[in-house]
Design a protein around this ligand. Structure first.
Ligand code: ZN
Length: 169
């Protein structure tokens, strides 16, 4: 897949996606899906995260949401109007909803998500004219490296635990 979307010429997409990939590698090393997210405000990385669903018993603690929480805490405000979020895989509907609620300006992802992607992979929640907010989207940044990480992750069927059981220990 080639990089696509509306670019900001001043933004170093490769650099910040590299940080998201590093976070994804940490997640992979912990037996999680290699999803890493980074929040960038004024050309500075203000948060870096991977998912914390299992250890925090929080089904909403996806990488994007954890990064948003960390970024708003560090910035000392509730919204991130000029922020760009980098994530290794196209986010789910909950995460796109959180990005919209945060007033984030742009979403950059490496690989599309054909399972539950909400930025065009399955549905397009990020750019729906019926909603009051929309995200600028750039996709395909460093996608080969992200694909390589996902190829090393266990298939979803093997990582998905039965009801109430933590398959990852
Ligand atoms: Zn999500």
């Amino acid at each position: 897949m080639r990089a696509a979307g509306l670019y900001d010429r001043g933004m170093n997409y490769e650099l910040f996606m590299g940080e998201a990939l590093a976070e994804a590698q940490i997640a992979l090393d912990q037996g999680k899906a290699p999803i890493g997210a980074v929040a960038v405000v004024n050309d500075a990385m203000v948060a870096r995260a991977h998912d914390r669903v299992q250890e925090s018993n929080d089904p909403t603690a996806h990488a994007v949401v954890v990064a948003l929480r960390e970024a708003t805490r560090k910035m000392g405000r509730a919204r991130l109007a000029e922020a760009t979020i980098f994530v290794t895989r196209e986010p789910c509907p909950m995460c796109v909803g959180a990005l919209l609620a945060s007033d984030v300006e742009a979403l950059v992802f490496a690989v599309p998500n054909r399972v539950d992607g909400a930025a065009g992979g399955v549905i397009q929640l990020a750019q729906d004219d019926r909603l009051t907010r929309r995200l600028r989207i750039v996709s395909g940044i460093r996608c080969e490296e992200a694909e390589e990480l996902f190829s090393r992750a266990l298939p979803v069927e093997q990582t998905r635990a039965p009801e109430g059981v933590n398959a990852l220990g």
